[in-house]
Unconditional design. Sequence first.
Length: 448
Amino acid sequence: MIELTKEYIENLKNIIERKEDDKARELLHELYPADIAELYQELNLREAIYLYLLMDGDKAADVLMELDEEDRHKLLKELPSELIAKRFVDNMETDDAVDLMRELDEDTQEEILSHIKDVEQAGDIVDLLKYDEDTAGGLMGTEMIVVNENWSMPQCIDEMRKQAEEMDEIYYVYVIDDDERLKGVLPLQRLITNPSVSKIKHVMKKDPISVHESDSIEDVSQTIEKYDLVALPVVDSIGRLVGRITIDDVMDEIREQHEREYQLASGISQDVETSDNVFMQTAARLPWLLIGMIGGLGNSVILGGFESSFAANPKMALFIPLIGGTGGNVGIQSSAIVVQGLANNTLKEGHIVSQILKESVVSLINASIISLVVFIYNFFMLGDRAITASVSLSLFAVVMFASIFGTLVPMTLNRMNVDPALATGPFITITNDIIGMMIYMFITSALA
């Protein structure tokens, strides 16, 4: 693997400036598509286009799909539709081509489709664009080896050779009936050990695991993970084989989903990258900051209502950060566990009550230990029995509330078809902070 040092990049820039095509091609030949995509960050648009036009079609297509969406969009805007079709789309598998087309407006899509030389590929792309991009249909590709269950082994091998010429990777051999319904999978081992079998259906592995074209990406990823598959067939409503999803496509989607959830949990309202401009980053981060500010003002109003209590016992103010911070931490812990369970499908509908009961027991133990530690510390260090008792009772109540609240909120959001990752972010922290202050103030006032 070649290291993209500053000297290497400067040398490449000089070669581009002098338009030394052969030397540039030699350097590009040594690099993987992901490395060339990384180089894009160091080049201006003119230099990047120059390199793309030097690469062969397959490599240029691979590099294009390795780019960030924003960088890819900038590049495509500078290229004519005919060049995009012949240099990129013609050399892509259908699932990658569809991903690319989704980033373009309808007029550009139509222009590109009109220039695709393979009419069958263009038709497949048009069909796939009709699917919702968050479903199995929107993620699948149509490149696969398909044989008929009634074929003999020699006929099957001949057909497989023909189909394989158009493919870069072969994962499984799928078996269909005369109505194109998925019937089985033909393992390579059976293909080798049964060279003279009369019909494929006698040696195929029946009832293969598959997903429906309308299934969600989450269902697809869980199925692939559960059964350790590298590819998964997709069927329509009557069981006909319509495509396949590979593990690399799923991993890309899972990574993007985790990035979105992480940003949402951090209080970022939309997907942003470090390369995005100041306006986009501000727009993504400001909403929750404003909500947090409102929550802080709400807290100040609550505390202002107990001004006389603070005047009578100023030591009350010492424990405000402890109450707020503990409640926020406990709530985030509880919600994070639930969100993880919902994401990997280990938390089923029928297990919700048991999860709440389990969380109640855990929070009871945690609340008891935390409040006891604080009670012992304050008893010996503070010397104020009223404050010692109120802080310990308040911590106990806040931990109990935050745990249950942090468990219920993501479950409720999930039932409402709202991303439960929202519950692991500022929403939980702000709510627990406000409720925690109210609990602390009321208990302290009652015991004072």
